[in-house]
Design a protein around this ligand. Sequence first.
Ligand code: PEP
Ligand code: MN
Length: 263
Amino acid sequence: LVNKKFHPDDSVISVGTAKIGPGHFTMMAGPCAIENHDMLMETAFAVKKAGAQFLRGGAYKPRTSPYAFQGLEEEGLKFMKEAREATGLNIICEATSLRALETAVKYVDMVQIGARNMQNFELLKEAGKAGVPVLLKRGLCATIDEWLNAAEYIASEGNPNIVLCERGIRTYETATRNTLDISAVPVIRSKSHLPVIIDPSHATGVRAYIEPISKASLAVGADGLIVEVHPCPACALSDGPQSLTFEQFDHLMDELKPYAELS
Ligand code: PEP
Ligand code: MN
């Protein structure tokens, strides 16, 4: 179902008020985690003003340490919904479990399946059955073929609304958090009709690299970006070093706008 051989035309996926796919470059931005009501609303207004179409924010956080902030869960989803009502932004949140998915679908325009759950086949099947548009991130050590098979799990349950997200893979390199596989974009384009976006934040882990990698993503033909933005990156409960300030996100948008067909 996701194979280009049988579906030669590239798909454009409708999510909320947005379209994602060729000709519709989509910007998703927001904090790694929803930390509280006010920081989320402040970020929502800032990214909306800069021109984003989606607010991202984690309510269920897949943290490396069980002692790190785990997310506000349903309370966070309620704040996201309020932010959507206040700004008109579409909202995307990650679901890390079947229980989280069941709750998230009541609030979000798009659900994210994160890198760590790319091969959680039960979660993929449930996301397929739920019918909600899915952003499927590439697994930490997944091949492109494994990634497309994960998408097939969702599609095979009757849900064609899938967008892929390259977010860097594990290599021997330690200068960046992960190694962005930028060639994944043309490879996916040749193998699948599904849209593919890039997450420069988790790919690099370093704020200073977000802008050049975002420009490279646009140049290579990605259908959008998902970027972490925080009102005070130094105070962030997660992923501060890779989060942009509002001013930096404004600047990034100004740099991209002349070249991106933003929908
Ligand atoms: C995220 O987007 O918040 C996240 C945890 O990303 P990934 O699954 O790519 O690590
Ligand atoms: Mn993060």
